[in-house]
Design a protein around this ligand. Structure first.
Ligand code: XMP
Length: 320
């Protein structure tokens, strides 16, 4: 078992040196793939991987149809400025097909996991001849999976699943001893721009972790629009994470003087250090009203906006 390195213990330069050495040894003169989502963890792994492997590493962005507005283009252009080429792989159809008809949260997570690891990476790895996948799993992902709270999409060996047997490749996880605050320190030391290493966390299952009930392209579009509004209004709060959730229940509302049996968006905004526990941010009523007005205006079909005031635990940060 690996040992936690707390953010206080961490020496980012030494950590980087050690991990670069480890990655080099594991990959040898073969090639590796790494999937970049643009979040803090995968961006940091991308930087580490390129430092260790250079041209032996191929970086891909999986366009699963579940990402935030403008994300694929944004990630590609940001990394181009850092000298790293990112190839976009269009897998939208595969993900939406796999998610069709599923409403149970853990089944949804499992469908995402299988589509990512078995189908999409399995294919890319086969086509490229790579033997290793580099990814940004962190300690919090492992903890919650082992504790049976949530099956994080990227955790295998700790559940007794051998990726080599299950998917045909090895997984390298250089950040597994760290938590979010530690990853940010390493990302900064590796020269990631502030807008990446200070970015709020975003889950692997992406917006599907924020859709209660079935995930369809239409329902994702609704939560995507609401997410854009929430992220824009709350960006200066310094909160750990903020998000929008699409509920399954409909409620009676009215629009232009007519009955509108519409959808509900829940907003969450968290204070937290490492995502293990979290408390809702005491937002001013003025900000809450602004959020409501803008979500109603920008997101078709929504007639109700609520704010979550429950801490984690018993809540969790995402809804699914
Ligand atoms: P929860 O919802 O479990 O989230 O309180 C804790 C933190 O982890 C993020 N999260 C994930 N990250 N894969 C990830 O890489 C996942 O499957 C996943 N699920 C949740 C979440 O955004 C929060 O920061």
């Amino acid at each position: 078992m690996f040992k936690e390195i707390t953010s206080q213990q961490l020496n980012p330069e030494k950590f980087t040196q050690d991990k670069v050495k480890e990655i080099k040894e594991l990959v040898g003169n073969g090639t590796a793939i790494n999937a970049l989502s643009g979040g803090v963890d995968s961006s940091t792994v991308t930087m580490l991987g390129h430092k260790a492997l250079g041209k032996q590493l191929k970086t891909v962005f999986i366009e699963n149809g579940l990402m935030r507005q403008g994300e694929p283009e944004r990630v590609v252009s940001l990394f181009r400025q850092l000298g790293i080429t990112v190839e976009i792989i269009d897998a939208r159809k595969e993900f939406f097909t796999a998610l069709q008809g599923i409403t149970d949260p853990e089944e949804k997570r499992e469908a995402i996991t299988q589509t990512f690891y078995r189908d999409v990476f399995g294919r890319i790895i086969k086509q490229s001849g790579a033997k290793h996948l580099l990814q940004g799993t962190i300690l919090t992902d492992v903890d919650e999976t082992i504790a049976g709270i949530k099956r994080q999409h990227n955790v295998f060996e700790q559940l007794g699943i051998d990726p080599q047997e299950a998917f045909g490749y090895r997984i390298i996880e250089p950040l597994i001893q760290l938590r979010k605050d530690g990853v940010r320190k390493v990302g900064m030391a590796l020269g990631l721009p502030t807008e990446i290493f200070q970015r709020i966390p975003f889950p692997g299952p992406a917006l599907s972790a924020r859709v209660i009930g079935e995930v369809t392209p239409e329902r994702i579009e609704t939560v995507r629009k609401a997410t854009a509004v929430v992220e824009n209004i709350l960006k200066d709060t310094n909160a750990f994470q903020y998000l929008a959730i699409l509920h399954l229940d409909r409620v009676t509302g009215m629009r232009d003087g007519r009955r509108d049996f519409g959808q509900q968006i829940e907003i969450r905004c968290w204070n937290s250090l490492d995502a293990r526990t979290a408390t809702p941010t005491p937002l001013s009523f003025e900000i809450l009203e602004k959020l409501s007005a803008e979500v109603i205006q920008e997101v078709p079909g929504v007639v109700s906006v609520t704010y979550n005031i429950t801490p984690k635990p018993p809540s969790t940060i995402e809804a699914v």
